[in-house]
Write a protein that binds this ligand. Structure first.
Ligand SMILES: Nc1ncnc2c1ncn2[C@@H]1O[C@H](COP(=O)(O)OP(=O)(O)OP(=O)(O)O)[C@@H](O)[C@H]1O
Length: 786
């Protein structure tokens, strides 16, 4: 079974539940699986029976109906959100779900174990990793399923029981081989072994103390009971997990180590720590370098018996974060993970390691229904957060598998829980989920949500590689927990401590000469030799790996050198190119400058032949002048130039014309000389005139200044004269008035004669020209000059 998928009725037109589509891509994908073990993830459903309280609260409204061993039908009760939505036509009120197996309310713990986990336990004992986790709302029975009670032990005690039964009589008593990282083992030093023993002893002592303090009333109802007495567990021993047979195992032994931790508010806490009042320190989830997450510094305890394992389970449960909520009196507030590691030991070699993890997830719950406040509300937030991420991871896994072209990123790293689960979902183990639901009408909507989630998980295909025993061998670490190969070099010290001298003995023996008893010893010896051979091979393998590593390193170095060389060459070629470009620019600038100069010269350009002709002309003239001068000094006729002479010889009137030409030239030159003399005399004259002009100009400036001064004086004088004339006018008027008075007086007075002489003098004085007091004559304006 398991080839079924879930289709919600929301996607269907019909009001009826939709049946299985066996030709779905996921189913086909599963069918195509060849070689490796591929299968759908196993999802089991367990339905919790009603409690008395639930029945009295009328929680039974027939919401959950088991159709058959694999099918269950959910019908929404009145008042539920689903029913309200279906009334509005938003979704359907009936949903059908398929599971790997459905376990009804009456299913016993033993039945559940046998039908679900037992096969996985067998896988675990055969070297495969396994994970079982319970999922569901709060109060759905998850813890009951995983741990059970004293009377009804759950899956985990049964897994432990099956494991110990399998390893019965073949338990490795030494504690020097311990799990390391996620899937490795380390060889402990005797001192470290001693420490391990002390830690274990003190832990068990604390368990004993707490057991003594615990109340007997809680024994039967608490998970796995607080009772460490194994007789209280009702474990049926009709398990199909067979005990290992010494012959089959060939002398191999099993070491069992357990760890128990919880993820509370996204913090990891070791549950196998003696409970003290001081605050717990959280642990880190780290990567082991091979992509597997592991809890760093988690305490691993070696267990030698079932009783010891139970005690640890009991201690962890006591340390686990649980609280009473409105819905569940003892509600798990964290995700708890109990891990069992089985080391198959051959001599001193760890042949393989397998892991079985049982996870009890905290319940997904609605805050208002669970009446959560404060700290509880914070817990609910982180619980729901990590469950949401788990849902996202499963959905992404399913989507990627359904559509091969898709590659959605799976958010495993978003929560600690999914980080730790990743290895199981990615082919390094097998995971199964037990979905727990209750049938209560009040939690119907949450239950439906859980069912939908499980339907998606159901479609996840698990690909588990078919590992051979060799491939399961862990990497080898020394007694100090450090690898035997450091930086590619075999650590000879670590190797020496790892391989005892005895094991490396390789003595030859003649079998035919030995008695039967000795032959048996020989077989034992051969076994030892075989071991030694294996170790030799291991060393060889390490050496080969080292050689390969060295070769690769050499190759890398060579390629690096080549790359450096190429870079250098490239640099050089670029430098050359740069230089060329620079030269090119330099030439271009020169060319441009030359062009500019040529353009400037173009206007003044004289062609060469013209220039030479002119020069020749000047030269010939120079010659002529000198010849004429010599001729003149001698008093003879000048001799014409040779060319001209020859041309003249050719002429009919040779000598006469030459004379004429010479005289003409002479005349011209004389005239030129005269002109030159004239020009120089004129220049001289001009200079003289210029000097005279300057003198005149200076004199003119002087005279103008003088004139200005005179003008000023004249103006002053004319103003003074005007003033005097004005005074004269006034005096004339005065005289005229005096005359009038005199006339009037003379006409009136008889003594005219005596006064007549005085008046006549006065009249004469007035009539005569006026004399200035200074004795000078004053000229009236407009009167002629004296
Ligand atoms: N199949 C069952 N048969 C009988 N009793 C059961 C069954 N399943 C659960 N119960 C009882 O129901 C109660 C609640 O169960 P349990 O604590 O396991 O729920 P849970 O899902 O773990 O809740 P939480 O998530 O809050 O921890 C317990 O008292 C438990 O004993």
């Amino acid at each position: 079974m398991g080839d079924v998928i879930y289709l919600t009725t929301m996607e269907s037109e019909s009001m009826l539940p939709v049946d299985v589509n066996l030709n779905s891509p996921t189913v086909q994908q599963a069918k195509m699986c060849v070689g490796a073990d591929q299968q759908m993830m196993h999802i089991y459903l367990r339905i919790k029976p009603f409690s008395k309280e639930e029945l009295s609260d009328h929680e039974d409204q027939e919401c959950v109906l088991i159709v058959d061993g694999h099918t269950v039908m959910l019908s929404a009760p009145k008042g539920s959100a689903t029913m309200k939505s279906s009334e509005k036509g938003v979704c359907m009120s009936i949903h059908k779900f398929y599971f790997s197996k459905v376990f009804g309310p009456q299913t016993s713990q033993a039945e559940l174990f046998e039908d679900t986990v037992e096969s996985q336990v067998s896988d675990f004992l055969n070297g495969r990793n396994s994970l079982i986790f319970s999922y569901g709302v709060t109060n759905a029975g998850k813890t009951f399923t995983i741990q059970g009670t004293g009377k009804e032990p759950g899956i985990l005690p049964r897994v432990l029981d099956a494991t110990f039964r399998h390893a019965e009589g073949r338990l490795y008593e030494g504690m020097n081989l311990k799990p390391y990282l996620r899937n490795e083992a380390q060889l402990l030093h005797p001192d470290q072994v001693k420490k391990e023993r002390i830690a274990k002893a003190s832990l068990f002592a604390s368990v004993k103390d707490e057991c003594d303090r615990s109340t007997p009333s809680s024994v039967s109802e608490s998970p796995v009971s607080s009772d460490s007495n194994l007789s209280s567990f009702n474990l049926s021993h009709n398990s199909t997990v067979p005990p290992s047979s010494p012959a089959e195992e060939g002398g191999r032994l099993f070491a069992l180590w357990v760890a128990f931790f919880e993820i509370y508010n996204e913090c990891v806490y070791d549950l196998l720590q003696p409970s003290t009042s001081k605050k717990r320190s959280s642990l880190r989830v780290c990567d082991d370098g091979a992509g597997n997450a592991h809890v760093k510094n988690l305490q691993w305890i070696n267990v030698q018996s079932l009783s010891e394992a139970y005690k640890l389970l009991q201690l962890g449960n006591r340390n686990r974060s649980a609280a009473a909520t409105k819905i569940n009196q003892s509600s798990s507030r964290s995700h708890s993970i109990f891990t069992l590691k089985l080391l198959k030991i051959d001599g001193q070699m760890v042949e393989r390691i397998s892991e079985f993890s049982v996870c009890d997830l905290a319940g997904s719950e609605r805050c208002h229904k669970a009446k959560t406040f404060g700290e509880r509300l914070k817990e609910a937030g982180s619980i729901n957060g990590s469950l949401l991420i788990l849902g996202k991871c499963i959905t992404a896994l399913r989507n990627n598998q359904a559509d091969g072209t898709k590659s959605t990123c799976i958010p495993f790293r978003e929560s600690k829980l999914t980080k730790l689960f990743q290895t199981f979902f990615c082919g390094k183990g097998k995971a199964s989920m037990i979905v727990n639901i209750n049938q209560c009408a009040s939690t119907y909507d949450e239950t439906l949500h859980v069912m939908k989630f499980s339907a998606i998980a159901k479609q996840v295909v698990q690909v588990i590689p078919d590992k051979t025993e060799e491939s399961l061998s862990p990497c080898l670490f020394g007694r100090d927990g450090k690898p035997l190969v450091r930086k590619g070099v075999i650590d000879s010290k670590a190797l020496e401590s790892y391989l005892s001298e005895e094991e490396l003995l390789d003595e030859e023996a003649d079998m035919s000469l030995l008695p039967q008893s000795e032959l048996l010893n020989m077989i034992e010896g051969l076994r030892t030799k075989l071991l030694a051979e294996r170790r030799r091979k291991l060393v060889q393998e390490i050496e080969i790996r080292k050689e390969m590593g060295d070769a690769m390193l050499q190759q890398i170095l060579e390629s690096e050198e080549l790359r450096a060389q190429q870079i250098e060459e490239l640099k050089e070629s670029y430098a050359e190119k740069l230089e060329n470009t620079f030269e090119m620019y330099k030439d271009a600038i020169k060319e441009h400058a030359y062009q500019c100069a040529m353009n400037n010269l173009e206007d003044n350009y004289v062609p060469l032949d013209e220039f030479t002709a002119e020069q020749e002309k000047v030269e010939s003239l120079g010659h002529k002048v000198s010849e004429l001068e010599s001729l003149l000094s001698r008093g003879g006729a000048p001799v014409p130039p040779k060319q001209e002479q020859s041309s003249q010889t050719e002429a009919s009137n040779g000598t006469e014309d030459a004379d004429g030409w010479f005289y003409k030239e002479k005349y011209d030159l004389e005239r030129m000389c005269k002109d030159k003399q004239l020009i120089s005399s004129l220049e001289k004259r001009l200079m003289e005139v210029g000097e005279t002009l300057q003198v005149v100009q200076d004199a003119f400036v002087e005279k103008s200044a003088l004139l200005e001064a005179l003008q000023k004086t004249a103006d002053d004088q004319s103003r003074a004269l005007e003033k005097v004339l004005q005074q004269n006018d006034e005096k004339d008027k005065e005289i005229a008035s005096l005359k009038d008075q005199l006339c009037k007086l003379s006409q009136k007075s008889p003594v005219k004669k005596t006064k007549r002489g005085l008046f006549a003098n006065f009249k004469d004085a007035v009539a005569s020209p006026r004399i200035h007091p200074t004795g000078r004559n004053i000229r009236l304006a407009g009167s002629p000059k004296p």
